[in-house]
Design a protein around this ligand. Structure first.
Ligand code: AMP
Length: 462
């Protein structure tokens, strides 16, 4: 591992002091390994996961080479999902705080084209987008990439898994040959190797140690059998750990739906995140889960892509992942940012082989922990602490979080400490409130006004 001080890099003073001010005192491993090459202009392939600090690694590179005086698209970042694109843009804006007038634009599917075209007409330095939408703008000639000097493929494996191969190819064809390309991916299937061959030149390859520090994530392996079947084992683990936020991984969409049905019958507050949801439904589910109105989310690997929920206290592998790297990626979603996380994996006797492979990959012995006693099934599942209210007004109506807090906490309202997360979308907003004050909050919001207008408000059921 190289030096870990940002000051060892040829970065401007303003950039260094901004890094200090946002609390980045030392480089993460992926940053210390990639940044010297990225700043040097080399093409880089980095095997790193979400949570490793990869966004700042490529972000600092993009910003370092940017010419703010030239108001045209100089960098393009492709991400698999809108959520990830939004997170990347947010991180880039934070890093660019010290570089006034840097315009960063997101171009994602599921949003109307018109406003994006309008923003493109006003110009941007960096575009962050999903492949389908970026390709659509290129076809309509509302976007040109002829001045792009930096190209980033973020979570490239997911992008290909989601079927974006053709779009990525068509976008790459529109880029100048003379450019720097950075590719980040958690895994390296053959499809990625083809992309690498076609789009990167003499790349430096970096692999960040994926094995998590045992002090932040505790992994438990539980064997189930006919006496305590898989579904019962899952319930026992949820009853034992009492998570406020647990992510349960299934290998298929059908299975994830069935698991949610069974969990609901058993009294758990659970939702399934699957690929058939439209963007609005998906947004709403993620809001409910992130604001602690739903404590169990069941998802497939594909559906869980791009979700970034902090404070995820439990990950359960309902089915062993087919690939060891996928296992590590799933488990890595808990224990973020130094907090303690727990990951439980269910397996059966005939899967011992797969478990051995995993142990070899992780370089440790994997001990099997007995499942909690069946008596635990007599205990009621814990209820989520919050409920969510949906307001039919959002950014377009100029609703701001402060307006919602103000409307809820006035005379006869709820205390600010009883409010949770607020999420704003274009046409609606969500606010989490403690379960005990849901009725008061609903009444207060329903009878009051936001921005001088009354909006319809309802409790979200799921
Ligand atoms: P990422 O892998 O890009 O999604 O980043 C994971 C998280 O780590 C984000 O919340 C970043 O803000 C944060 N982060 C990135 N680099 C650093 C750093 N050098 N020091 C502290 N936090 C960081």
């Amino acid at each position: 591992m190289g030096p870990t001080q940002f000051s060892s890099l040829p970065l401007e003073e303003a950039v260094l002091s901004n890094l200090e001010s946002i609390g980045y005192h030392q480089m993460s491993e992926v940053q210390s390994q990639t940044l010297p090459h990225i700043l040097n202009g080399r093409d880089v392939i980095a095997q790193a996961m979400t949570g490793s600090g990869k966004t700042a690694a490529f972000g600092l590179g993009l910003l370092h080479h940017l010419k703010p005086g030239q108001f045209r698209v100089q960098a393009l970042v492709l991400c698999p999902t809108r959520e990830l694109a939004d997170q990347v843009a947010k991180e880039l804006r934070r890093l660019a705080r010290c570089l006034p007038n840097t315009k960063i634009l997101t171009l994602c599917g599921g949003m109307p084209m018109g406003p994006q075209t309008g923003s493109l007409e006003h110009g941007a330095h960096i575009v962050v987008g999903t492949p389908g939408r970026v390709a659509a703008h290129l076809r309509k000639k509302t976007l040109t990439l002829e001045h792009v000097t930096r190209f980033v493929l973020d979570e490239a494996d997911r992008m290909l898994d989601m079927g974006f191969q053709d779009e990525v190819d068509s976008i790459t064809k529109c880029l100048p040959a003379e450019r720097q390309t950075l590719l980040f991916s958690a895994t390296y299937p053959d499809s990625i190797k083809k992309v690498i061959k076609r789009s990167l030149v003499d790349p430096v390859t970096i692999k960040v140690e994926q094995v998590h520090d045992d002090t932040t994530i505790r992994q438990y392996f539980h064997k189930f059998d006919a006496k305590t079947p898989r579904m019962t084992a899952l319930q026992l683990l949820l009853l034992k750990h009492k998570p406020e936020s647990a992510l349960v991984f299934c290998n298929t969409r059908i299975e994830s739906r069935e698991v949610v049905e069974e969990l609901r019958i058993a009294g758990f507050n659970a939702i399934a995140l699957h690929g058939e949801l439209d963007q609005k439904e998906r947004d709403q589910m993620l809001v409910l889960f992130a604001n602690k109105s739903v404590s169990v989310m069941v998802a497939t690997d594909v559906a869980a892509r791009g979700i970034d929920i902090n404070e995820l206290d439990l990950v359960i592998n309902f089915h062993l992942a087919n690939d060891v790297e996928v296992h590590v990626h799933r488990v890595g979603r808990t224990g973020r940012a130094g907090s303690q996380g727990v990951a439980c994996t269910l397996y059966k006797n005939s899967e011992q082989n797969q478990l051995d492979k995993l142990a070899e990959f992780l370089g440790t012995e994997l001990e099997t922990t007995p499942l909690p006693s069946l008596q635990m099934l007599n205990e009621p599942p814990v209820k989520p602490p919050m409920v969510t209210l949906r307001i039919e007004g959002g950014r377009k109506q100029k609703v701001r979080p402060g307006d919602i807090v103000g409307a809820l906490t006035g005379a006869g309202g709820v205390a600010a400490t009883q409010l949770g997360k607020i999420d704003l979308f274009d046409m609606c907003s969500y606010v989490a409130v403690e379960d005990a004050v849901a009725k008061t909050a609903l009444r207060k919001l329903g009878s009051g006004k936001l921005k001088g207008r009354s909006f319809r408000v309802r409790k979200v059921h799921h």
